[in-house]
Design a protein around this ligand. Structure first.
Ligand code: BG6
Length: 254
């Protein structure tokens, strides 16, 4: 039965590569919507992938969310001298502390014997505060480290669920509904064709910073995120998707 399960997962991975036009996919068995242990398994798979990908003195930019928090929980010590730096990809975007990127990078650094840096910016941020804060030496410095990151580790959310979780205004929620927003990542909201319909103003990595110089790892699972994952991959900036069987089957059913 185990062999059957493994070849079934491999088939799912191959089908997902074609469906989402992505080079690398890992599918863990189960559905994290129904079983929290499956998020733990995605976290472990991500750490194993990171360990084989990380090079000396790499900088890893990390977003928030419960899935990336599970990656932090699975983090293990890195070989001495690896000298990795973890940084939040963007300023906090309305998450509770456990799910904030700043908390997650400190945990990743602690568990892997590495370093981390913080990015202190208010959230949400007004246009006038944005202009001012972008003149702060601390922010300028942190931002250049973030933009130069080698690896980006991020989650994907369902658009409306994320907007509610961030306690976005009714105006924003109405806009997301009228624009048929499906997914969210990095504070950007995408429709079914992967078009950006709204973005949260915050300091840090922007979509255009996700270029070929970076290895981008997407971690997202659960059947309830199937449509969101498909939508995000329409504009597809990712080199690796780590997901679960629940999401994979949902994506392939369409
Ligand atoms: C947020 C990120 O913190 O987590 C989002 O800013 C992401 O970009 C979301 O979509 C995913 O959250 P979770 O809990 O579903 O992993």
């Amino acid at each position: 039965a185990l062999i059957g399960d493994l070849s079934r997962l491999e088939t799912l991975e191959d089908q997902l590569k074609r469906a989402l036009s992505i080079d690398n996919v890992i599918v863990v068995p189960g559905d994290s919507d129904h079983n929290p242990q499956i998020k733990v398994e995605m976290g472990k798979a991500c750490v194993a992938h990171l360990q084989s990908t990380l090079q000396k003195s790499n900088t890893v930019a990390v977003t928030g969310g419960s899935t990336i928090a599970a990656v932090a929980d699975a983090m293990k010590p890195l070989p001495e001298g690896t000298d990795v730096l973890f940084v939040p990809a963007r300023g906090g975007i309305g998450e509770k502390v456990e799910n904030q990127a700043s908390r997650i990078v400190s945990e990743m650094a602690r568990r892997s014997n590495s370093q981390y840096r913080m990015l202190y910016v208010p959230d949400p941020i007004s246009d006038s505060t944005y202009e001012l804060i972008m003149q702060e030496p601390h922010v300028i410095d942190a931002l250049s480290v973030i933009k130069d990151s080698n690896i980006v580790l991020h989650g994907v959310g369902d658009a409306l669920r994320m907007a509610e979780r961030r306690k976005s205004s009714q105006k924003v929620i109405d806009l997301l509904k009228s624009e048929n927003a499906v997914s969210e990542a990095f504070g950007y909201y995408f429709d079914v064709d992967g078009r950006v319909v709204y973005k949260v103003k915050t300091v840090g990595l922007q979509l255009e910073d996700l270029d070929a110089s970076k290895h981008i790892i997407t971690v997202a699972g659960g059947a309830s995120k199937g449509h969101a994952i498909t939508s995000y991959f329409k504009q597809g900036k990712s080199n690796m998707l780590i997901t679960d069987q629940g999401a994979a089957e949902k994506i392939l059913r369409g």
